[in-house]
Design a protein around this ligand. Structure first.
Ligand SMILES: [Ca+2]
Ligand SMILES: [Ca+2]
Length: 183
């Protein structure tokens, strides 16, 4: 009786060990995956924060002693907290006279090729009788101009655990439209 109880307990211990051996790698991958996702979310938050701060500086028309473009890049970089490579941040700024001019005129892509083709119906926002693509001018604009700041950054995961689900990188895009102060 005593002997069979010991045997049963041993068997139980053995199966617990086997279960753990099966679960441990899954748990490990899960934890690493969660870390990857949290880091990527942090990168996205830093980029958004940097863009907001940089654009808020941009609207003032100030040059920060080093030039407007350089100061804006510097603000973006200082928001990366060592996690983001400032050299890989793609920042694009375009200026417009009004908010309505931002972006291409919308059209119905009848032939589904992703671009506007002659004859496809469109909304003639600026009333010039033809389809008009994004009319923004690169730059930070003058006083009272509308400026669109767009940032894009490719974050490469540190490990391969998310490769089957997401791939080995994610691209974060963020944008903000502001009117410059009257400087
Ligand atoms: Ca088309
Ligand atoms: Ca037009």
């Amino acid at each position: 009786m005593v002997k069979s109880q010991t045997l049963a307990r041993r068997r139980q211990k053995g199966s617990v060990a086997i279960e753990f051996a099966l679960i441990a790698p899954v748990m490990f991958i899960f934890v690493i995956g969660m870390m990857e996702i949290s880091t990527a979310l942090a990168v996205s938050t830093f980029l958004e924060g940097g863009l907001r701060q940089a654009s808020r500086f941009g609207v003032t028309g100030g040059n920060g002693g080093i030039g407007r473009e350089a100061r804006i890049q510097q603000i973006m970089a200082s928001n990366s907290f060592g996690l983001i490579d400032p050299n890989d941040i793609a920042l694009d700024t375009r200026t417009y006279g009004t908010f309505a001019e931002i972006g291409d005129e919308s059209f119905t892509d009848t032939n589904n090729n992703g671009t506007y083709d002659a004859g496809e119906p469109f909304i003639d926002r600026n009333n010039n009788g033809r389809w008009t693509p994004d009319s923004g001018t690169p730059g930070l604009g003058d006083g009272d101009d509308i400026v669109v700041y767009r940032v894009s950054y490719q974050w490469r995961f540190m490990t391969g655990v998310l490769r089957p689900i997401i791939g080995d990188h994610v691209t974060f895009n963020s944008g903000i439209a502001l009117r410059n102060e009257p400087f």
